[in-house]
Write a new protein. Structure first.
Length: 403
């Protein structure tokens, strides 16, 4: 198919861009190899963060270029790195460590091909037995090191031309807040992209081939959610080799989406007690759920993943009904291996209330984020999290009384 314009950025251009950025900002940017492609090209990862308190930062993983002929993803990924290293990205750098793989499939990019030259689609190379391609292995290697709170997979709608961009996410675990959160944040991202000048649609990943339970080769977004309980998004930018919006417009719209998304990692969701992306609610709902606990982002991250990987062992989380106005009892039943990082039981009461008594399995609790209880208010609600420092199998009873 004849092209009206040269393919850009090429793998060499991507690497040159990363090296320039690292040289210009040596305290903020580190470029490392995440792997080597089948044809010997480097699969590079660029990490951006400010010095200090790495243990208390949210982790973000962004990948692009899984399909070699999707230039817009690579362009937006590089623009994201430029933004993060700039003065405008300072707040995000303070609160987050963002790792970007801007060209996962350099062999495909070198020939403007969709899959790798061996016809592997890296975004579908995540079977339960593990990835088999060097590209899929590179992504999994970085992900396992990060256990990211947020994952973004940047793609482009090849052959769509001057069409619309998309913000997408996979199916989530039933009866959690995940689907509602992804819907709401996805809508924010789409609105930001439209304000930057390109039409958008947003919806779940519903078409065949993207993988989830029942597929032998789940997509990267599905794999990240199942492995780490990350917040996960897939973006698509409209493009074609013959007909496309100007590159500057595509980058501006794509970057607007990402900046809107990254802002969520710099603040606290009003229905959660700790700052950062709202994935610390590992199971259940804001009004009745299991949250990760810890004094740092690193401790809460490890706790979230441990809870998530034991999710089928949380066999009961019930509020005893009818619920009294001045008291609440919550029952938790767990039949898995001990969770050394502990868990938090989150519940609520209407109004601005004060806890007068908190007992877990009969033991009196004092205020503590890791071995006691914490409270905060949002609108018409007072929330409570009761922390269990180490969760062991059995039934656990939380009794709360309010003034």
């Amino acid at each position: 198919m004849a092209r009206s314009q040269a393919v850009s950025p090429t793998p060499r251009q991507v690497e040159a861009h990363l090296r320039r950025l690292e040289t210009a900002h040596p305290r903020l940017v580190r470029v490392e190899s995440a792997g080597t492609s089948a044809q010997g090209r480097a699969i590079l990862a660029a990490a951006v963060t400010s010095p200090g308190r790495d243990d208390d930062k949210q982790h973000v993983l962004i990948v692009a270029g899984q399909h070699g002929n999707e230039e817009s993803g690579r362009m937006v990924a590089l623009a994201t790195l430029d933004y993060l290293a700039s003065r405008a990205g300072a707040e995000t750098r303070r609160h987050q460590k963002v790792v970007v793989l801007p060209c996962v499939n350099p062999d495909g990019a070198a020939i403007d091909g969709h899959n790798t030259p061996t016809n592997v689609a890296p975004n579908l190379d995540h079977a339960d037995s593990g990835a088999t391609s060097p590209e899929g292995l590179a992504v999994e290697r970085v992900a396992n090191a990060l256990s990211p709170e947020l994952f973004v997979d940047m793609h482009a709608c090849g052959y769509s031309g001057c069409s619309y961009d998309m913000v997408l996410w996979p199916d989530t675990k039933p009866y959690t807040e995940d689907d509602a959160l992804l819907h709401a944040i996805g809508a924010e991202m789409a609105a930001a992209g439209e304000a930057a000048g390109i039409p958008h649609v947003t919806h779940p990943l519903t078409w065949p081939g993207w993988g989830d339970a029942g597929f032998d080769q789940p997509s990267t977004t599905c794999w990240m959610y199942r492995q780490f309980k990350s917040m996960v998004f897939l973006t698509e930018t409209a493009e074609d080799n013959r007909h496309a919006y100007p590159a500057a417009d595509r980058v501006r719209s794509g970057l607007a989406r990402i900046k809107t998304l990254l802002a969520h990692g710099n603040r606290r969701h009003p229905k959660l007690s700790t700052a950062g992306y709202p994935c610390s609610l590992a199971l259940g709902m804001f009004v009745s759920g299991i949250v990760a606990i810890g004094r740092s982002a690193a401790e809460r991250r490890a706790g979230r993943v441990a809870i998530w990987r034991s999710r089928e062992h949380f066999v009961k989380l019930d509020r005893c009904t009818p619920i009294r106005r001045d008291a609440k009892r919550v029952l938790l039943a767990y039949d898995g291996e001990p969770l050394a990082g502990g868990v938090g039981i989150q519940t609520y009461v209407r109004g601005r209330r004060r806890v007068t008594s908190a007992r877990l399995n009969g033991r009196r609790l004092r205020r503590s984020p890791t071995d006691g209880y914490t409270t905060w208010r949002d609108g018409c609600t007072t929330f409570v999290v009761a922390a269990i420092p180490e969760l062991r199998a059995g039934e656990h009873v939380l009794d709360l009384r309010f003034d």
